[in-house]
Design a protein around this ligand. Structure first.
Ligand code: BGC
Length: 901
């Protein structure tokens, strides 16, 4: 049978990317095959400068010929040198294990950005003097809240001619803090919160827009600039723009238009804008037609050249509106305000539709909570005003307004000033975040677990704003590294995070100081936060390893290895006989009842992460073939482990802070962490597990007593130690403290704190760090984990826990679709699995009844306690605990376990 053509072609992890600025982009594809045990034995890629060439099977830039390999992900381009700002077309075919060639894939394409250093010497422009306004409090830790001077939105324009038919017209643009790009009266690109946040002095990102279909003979390009993070209090300044319009004519001739003094600039209707502050738009300020050709801009000022920054292409999904939410209800308050409830906490803004007299001021305040009397509770916003104001132009027709350069974290909106009484059609909620594509689906028979999972999805997306943020509502929304790594595994199960995290890892690398230290927050907008708590800066090692495990991304390792090593060596200089005593600040943050860790010593979590990260470094060294370093760091990790045990291990439990002389209770996090890394000496392991279980079962009645660190690991540790049922109880009860409690109290995203707190304080209703539980859902309940990098080997090991009668999960991995679905009925258990082409499967079939029979697609493979019929594609590997293990190649499998009489 002819193999199916490759699918889902990706370049640098993205579909049809624009602005690829690497000389050897990585190409990936996915394979599907109805045959079991299929694998790619060879591929051929053709890459051409024109679609016609590709159609005639000519790869004028690259024809790999037939390459014998099983590699189908991250194949590095190695053809003719790619030109900047050019579109390339490629396709691929593969040979299956029978050495049959597939048809060619559908073609895919990408457009390059600026590949060679110095090719684009950007000129940055801005207004001679930006009009300014004062906004409240954008300096963390929030609470210093000095007033901030920010600029009113800046409008820039210029006209240009396109003299002939364009084969390709591209606009490359970086507008800082944020920009909206317009061409001939239309918005180009998602607008609003682009480009992604970086430490601009080190690197600003440019976006690439294909406008071939929109250019005409006479054109006007317009840009509106907002403040975003490019503000004085973070060490930057007023907004600025660099832009390059490049047109390639069908004749091959090229024309380039830059940002320069020929651009004109003015103020406009957006009078005030700030990320935390909100936006104020006065629609009576009329500059109609400013973004179209022929506008009379003689009254506008000439733009001036300003200092700029190094540039790189933004190679990750943009921030955009992904979903529209109608209000669930609108309630009128006595005071004349209306409260819109969107039924869901989320990040973004609203779209207002209103008509009325000119000058009518409509005010929208955003909040996560209501007070008991139904009024807006702005407490969790802390110093973020989160208020958008729209002043009607009043020319008769309905006016539609959306803010441009702000976002809010909210469920409720209070509207005042609306002419008449607003109905639900007056306001629509827009969910806005980095638009990573979904990669996982998960569902169980337990509704509470499904709801926790749903809340995590909303929380995760609300906290992806070109960086992983801690929260979307208060005046933080920073790249706190602890929050980033604790939620990262859950994120890669649920979404395609490869490009997003690759960008963030670069942000981390650029934030490193010469001494090797890293900050708590990346980009380091808050300069005081060096050196980081090692439990936070562990994000560096953790994310590199995660990208290796899930996407087999060797380039990420090669790019970051040296900096990661410098970071680990830096930690070494801070260690005192291998114990890190001085760097810890937050530790097992936000345990029940408080913010700072009350029982887990901070030296312990710092040292534990030191060990954790050294082990990762040793593993990465081995991947790169640096065997001597791999051994050296493995030895160092051993030494740290020994020192850790000497310092913190007692007779049967690890150290805990004692709150009174009679407090000798074991602490969950203290015991869970070393168990997780298998640091506990073999002869004491049972005792340490017993201490942990004592705390869970007897002292806390199956409740967590962990902060965000312990929470990430405790359910795994309990499950691995054979206490999966205890873990399940912890995950699913509805009382304080726990995930079920949050939902029972009305949460639609997870909270920052285990407590239900609603005041003006650190109690965000939409933090993602406690969402780490979702990784446990996928790995333990569905049972899916990568055994080899990039899911080249898949383990399926579902746990039958609690009242679950089915669990199903599907993942779109770099290797292709992976799935597990199990269902338990009276005396039968079914397990369907999907292993991608080229991968191997290690399928642990749950075996709840001694002596039961296991069939696969009707054939008996296991009976009583021994293998039965032989199948070369499904090889039994014996009993392992509560499972029978089978080794498979790729394919879809349907096992059934039947109780025998
Ligand atoms: C953030 C956290 C963060 C922490 C560090 C908070 O203000 O919201 O999630 O990790 O500070 O201690």
């Amino acid at each position: 049978m002819t193999p199916l053509p490759p699918q889902r072609l990706r370049c640098e992890y993205l579909s049809e990317p624009l602005g690829v600025d690497t000389a050897s982009p990585r190409l990936s594809w996915q394979l599907e095959s109805p045959a079991r045990g299929d694998r790619q034995t060879a591929f051929q890629i053709l890459l051409a400068s024109a679609p016609e060439l590709l159609r005639s099977d000519i790869g004028d830039y690259w024809d790999t010929g037939r390459v014998e390999t099983d590699r189908a992900a991250s194949v590095e381009y190695a053809g003719e040198s790619l030109q900047s700002c050019a579109r390339y077309h490629w396709k691929v075919r593969w040979w299956d294990r029978e050495r049959q060639a597939s048809p060619w894939s559908e073609p895919a394409s990408f457009v390059t950005g600026y590949i060679h250093p110095g090719e684009w010497k950007p000129k940055w422009i801005g207004p001679r003097q930006a009009e300014a306004f004062r906004s409240k409090g954008t300096v963390l830790l929030g609470h210093q809240g000095a007033d901030d001077t920010q600029a009113c939105a800046i409008y820039l324009r210029r006209e240009f001619a396109v003299k002939d038919r364009a084969a390709l017209a591209m606009i490359f643009i970086s507008g800082l803090g944020h920009y909206e790009l317009r061409l001939n009266g239309e918005r180009v690109g998602p607008g609003g919160l682009e480009p992604g946040w970086t430490d601009f002095k080190k690197k600003a990102l440019y976006a690439s827009h294909d406008v071939t279909a929109f250019v005409r003979e006479r054109n006007a390009v317009g840009v509106i600039l907002g403040n975003g993070r490019h503000i004085e209090s973070y060490g930057y300044g007023t907004p600025r723009l660099t832009c390059r319009i490049e047109v390639e004519y069908e004749s091959g001739e090229r024309e380039v238009i830059f940002s320069d003094e020929r651009w004109r600039t003015s103020g406009g209707p957006v009078r005030e804008n700030g990320l935390y502050y909100g936006e104020r738009t006065d629609a009576r300020v009329v500059i109609d037609g400013w973004d179209r050709p022929g506008f009379d801009d003689r009254a506008w000022d000439q733009a001036v050249m300003v200092a700029g920054y190094p540039l790189a292409a933004q190679m990750m999904p943009p921030i955009r509106v992904t979903r529209r939410l109608p209000p669930r209800s609108v309630r009128r308050l006595a005071a004349g305000a209306s409260i819109f409830d969107f039924g869901q906490n989320f990040s973004g803004w609203t779209r207002l539709t209103a008509a009325g007299p000119a000058g009518t001021e409509i005010r929208l305040r955003h909040a996560e909570l209501l007070h008991e009397d139904g009024t807006l509770n702005l407490g969790p916003n802390e110093n973020a005003e989160a208020t958008d104001v729209y002043i009607l132009r009043g020319d008769g027709g309905p006016e539609v307004y959306e803010p441009k350069f702000t976002y809010h974290g909210f469920r409720y909106v209070e509207m005042t000033g609306f002419p008449g009484e607003p109905g639900p059609e007056a306001l629509e909620g827009l969910f806005v975040h980095s638009d990573v594509s979904p990669a996982g689906e998960f569902r169980t028979s337990n509704e509470l677990i499904n709801r926790i999972h749903e809340a995590i999805l909303w929380g995760q997306l609300s906290n992806l704003m070109s960086i992983p943020t801690d929260c979307p509502q208060r005046d933080e929304r920073h790249g706190w590294l602890g929050d980033a790594h604790l939620s990262a595994e859950e994120a890669v199960f649920n979404f395609d995070m490869a490009a997003f995290y690759a960008k963030f890892l670069d942000d981390i690398r650029l934030a490193q100081k010469d001494d090797g230290s890293l900050p708590d927050v990346v980009p380091p907008y808050l300069p005081r936060l060096y050196p980081a708590d090692p439990a936070w800066s562990s994000a560096y090692a953790t994310l590199v390893e995660l990208l290796w495990d899930h996407y087999a991304d060797r380039r990420v390792i090669a790019t970051h290895y040296a900096a990661l090593k410098r970071y680990i060596d830096y930690l070494g200089t801070c260690a005192d006989e291998h114990i890190i005593r001085k760097l810890g600040k937050y530790g097992d943050w936000c345990p029940p009842g408080g913010i700072v860790p009350k029982k887990t010593p901070v030296e312990m979590t710092s040292t534990w992460y030191y060990c954790h990260d050294i082990r990762i470094l040793a593993r990465l060294a081995a991947v790169l073939g640096r065997d001597e370093e791999a051994r050296r760091y493995a030895r160092l990790a051993e030494a740290v482990k020994d020192a850790f045990n000497t310092a913190f291990l007692g007779e049967s439990q690890y150290a805990a802070i004692r709150v009174s002389p009679v407090d000798n209770y074991p602490n969950q996090s203290s015991n869970a962490l070393p168990l997780y890394l298998d640091m506990v000496p073999a002869d004491l392991k049972d005792k340490v597990v017993a201490s942990l279980v004592q705390s869970v079962a007897r002292q806390q009645d199956y409740h967590v007593d962990t902060g965000i660190l312990g929470t990430r690991y405790i359910l795994d540790v309990l499950t691995a130690a054979g206490h999966g049922q205890a873990a399940f109880r912890m995950a699913t009860h509805k009382s304080y403290p726990g995930w079920g409690y949050m939902l029972a109290e009305g949460a639609t995203t997870l909270w920052e704190r285990w407590e239900k707190l609603t005041g003006h304080a650190m109690n965000s209703q939409n933090h993602i760090m406690l969402g780490s539980i979702d990784g446990w859902f996928y790995r333990v309940l569905a049972g899916l984990s990568p055994l080899l990098p990039g899911w080249q080997a898949v383990r399926v090991r579902p746990h039958l826990l609690g009242d679950l009668s089915f669990v199903e999960a599907r993942l779109d991995t770099v290797a292709g679709p992976v799935g597990a679905a199990w269902r338990l009925a009276d005396e039968t258990l079914s397990l369907e699995c999907r292993i991608p082409v080229g991968a191997s499967g290690e399928i642990h079939v749950p075996f709840p009844w001694p002596g039961a029979r296991i069939t696969e697609s009707g054939r008996t493979l296991w009976s009583g306690d021994a293998p039965a019929e032989k199948d070369p594609e499904i090889v039994p590997a014996g009993r392992a605990g509560a499972w029978v293990v089978f080794k498979t190649g790729s394919g879809a499998f349907r096992f059934e376990v039947k109780k025998t009489a």
